[in-house]
Design a protein around this ligand. Sequence first.
Ligand SMILES: NC(=O)c1ccc[n+]([C@@H]2O[C@H](COP(=O)([O-])OP(=O)(O)OC[C@H]3O[C@@H](n4cnc5c(N)ncnc54)[C@H](OP(=O)(O)O)[C@@H]3O)[C@@H](O)[C@H]2O)c1
Length: 337
Amino acid sequence: MAHAAPVAVVTGATGFVASELVKQLLAKGYTVRGTVRSLQNKDKVQHLERLGQAMPGHLTLHEADLLKEGSFDSVVRGASYIFHTASPFFIESSNAQADLIDPALKGTANVLSSAAKAKDSVKRVILTSSVAAVHGEYAAPPKNGHLYTEEDWNETSTIDNQPYHRSKVLAEQEAWKTAKQHGLDLVTILPNFVLGPVLSSRADGTSVGFLKGVAEGTALQGTPLICDVRDVARAHVLAAEEPSASGRYIVSHRAPLTATALSKALQERFPQYAIPEVPEQQYDASEKIDNSKAEKELGLQLTPAVNTFIDGIVTLVQLEIAQPLPSGAPQEGTAAV
Ligand SMILES: NC(=O)c1ccc[n+]([C@@H]2O[C@H](COP(=O)([O-])OP(=O)(O)OC[C@H]3O[C@@H](n4cnc5c(N)ncnc54)[C@H](OP(=O)(O)O)[C@@H]3O)[C@@H](O)[C@H]2O)c1
């Protein structure tokens, strides 16, 4: 007798991370219910509709509102796995409470309470948290004095200073509290800055905007610690499928790629584009975070960071999100990627 495909709910299916997760779940034969803010917004949903057309009957899209109690009740009913990824991801806001904290915190409370009502079918809830819930601005040293781990919680960010970070702390703490209260099996995934291939042609996301800046050689500050969107999605799937998975899982390279190394790699791969030179030894490339728990317990292997940038830029150009300058064109300033 054929087994029915497991049903997975992905909240915020339109997002950068969630779209890749939907794609991977479909490829593994799951039946996916994706939640979106509005089905009418074709710019946001058309890439998902295309994924669904390739796997007829395996993807349905449902409207649900993070701020509305009970909004997720019907979509999670009968599901085996709930991947809660929907949360605002931007750094600047003039009204952090309404724009960042409320959707993150109330959204998590609502999704988890719908999960509790569907406890008979729900095997596990997987929450997309963030390294932002582990530390803020490296302001407090790691507990082990060496590298940040899953043991660390960001206790320094506030609504006025790093409100996005604060939203992720509050949301993850809410999830752990509600899961404990209702006996739900919860695992959280804590990605660092996520980059890599995009599926949607929208350009309003923070990750996509950053990668577009790298592709177009505009000046950027710092060398962020990154991870690959394909690895982040895979970590979510592994966290659902591995029976012994538990607790929090950081997904991140341990040290940043230097801007010098990145610009060299991009110049080699894209000789047709004007990729600015970045002088040697300008950046701190020391190890900062421990990703070994996901490696050991989930078997997660990270994509080399250079490939993440290259594969991401290829999709940004294909989807006409980025327009890199041709090589030989005059460049403004030096890019510090
Ligand atoms: N990208 C990163 O570097 C990174 C790193 C660590 C953790 N994360 C986490 O990963 C998750 C997905 O992030 P992403 O990079 O994929 O961001 P994204 O592309 O901006 O996607 C965010 C998703 O959340 C939905 N959303 C945002 N605000 C909402 C609101 N007020 N009401 C309802 N839905 C809302 C968005 O819906 P619309 O499509 O309708 O806007 C979208 O589906 C978030 O939880 C984020 O905190 C991301």
